[in-house]
Design a protein. Structure first.
Length: 278
């Protein structure tokens, strides 16, 4: 496997940005919550993303925190099914639909780009849209009329491999493809309601914001060394980094484009952020 991260050098005014977005908690945007309105700001951010694009995407690649595999795996179904991979929510949330088509040709292109970068990959024709994909897309592109391809993370959470995977996919941004990393900048379920984690989350969020907005080489170096970040292992416990790893992929896909924070709030007391590259 090659972990070399090679930035693209040319600039295209029509190049799609890449995004790291929060996807909330299960189907949170489509049910009552206590307290009411707790997810409104996040939902409004997701709805606004189409207005941040230079054009309508011809396709969307979603790197979802809720799919891990031994090798990077690309969803290749022509019409992906629904995968309700959350538990204990109201019955109506198991009837939600997002019937966007897949794009087997794009899936093959992604597999080829990963292969050319020395990153083993495979395709999965059976995998349906998990909630890391369909929940944010129901807000971002509710018409479900743009082809969507899911990409897994690797079981091995090594950041450089995920940065390298993103770098391999960077050419897609010049082909009208929107790359979205779907996760959470803070994800420690045991700490969600623990006030002791408020300053920990603030410190990590500040580090993450500084890191994302650093020059690309410094950004990738810092993201590769997650252990050095303040509070990193309290915000993303060891072997449970899957909600942050989509950020590595979209940062890799950014190549030499700058990153910026485009969403920030305290949700239930915890600092959360979302990012745009390019």
């Amino acid at each position: 496997m090659s972990d070399t991260i090679t930035p693209a050098s040319s600039h295209n005014a029509r190049r799609m940005p890449s995004f790291f977005v929060p996807h909330g908690a299960g189907p949170c945007f489509f049910m009552d919550w206590d307290p009411p309105g707790v997810w409104d700001s996040m939902g409004n951010f997701l709805r606004a993303i189409p207005s941040m694009l230079p054009q309508r995407p011809r396709a969307i690649v979603v790197v979802t925190a809720h799919w891990q595999a031994p090798a990077f795996t690309v969803g290749s179904s022509r019409q992906p099914a629904m995968l309700y991979d959350y538990h204990g929510f109201p019955p109506h949330t198991y009837t939600l639909r997002y019937d966007a088509p897949g794009d087997p040709a794009l899936a093959q292109r992604i597999a080829g780009l990963l292969h050319d970068a020395g990153l083993p990959s495979t395709k999965d024709v059976e995998r349906g849209f998990d909630h890391g994909t369909f929940i944010p897309l129901m807000l971002m592109f509710p018409a479900a009329d743009i082809p969507v391809v899911q990409l897994s993370l690797r079981h091995n959470p090594e950041p450089r491999a995920h940065l390298a995977a993103g770098a391999a996919l960077a050419p897609l941004r010049d082909e009208g493809v929107l790359i979205v990393g779907s996760g959470m900048s803070f994800h420690n379920m045991r700490a969600q309601s623990d006030a002791r984690f408020v300053p920990v989350a603030e410190a990590f969020d500040a580090w993450l914001n500084t890191t994302v907005q650093a020059p690309p080489a410094a950004r990738n170096t810092a993201l590769s060394d997650l252990e050095s970040a303040p509070g990193a292992r309290l915000c993303h416990p060891p072997n449970a980094e899957e909600h942050l790893l989509p950020l590595m992929v979209v940062a890799g896909a950014a190549a030499d484009d700058a990153g910026q924070r485009v969403y920030a709030e305290r949700c239930m007391g915890i600092s959360l952020s979302g990012y745009r590259f390019g």
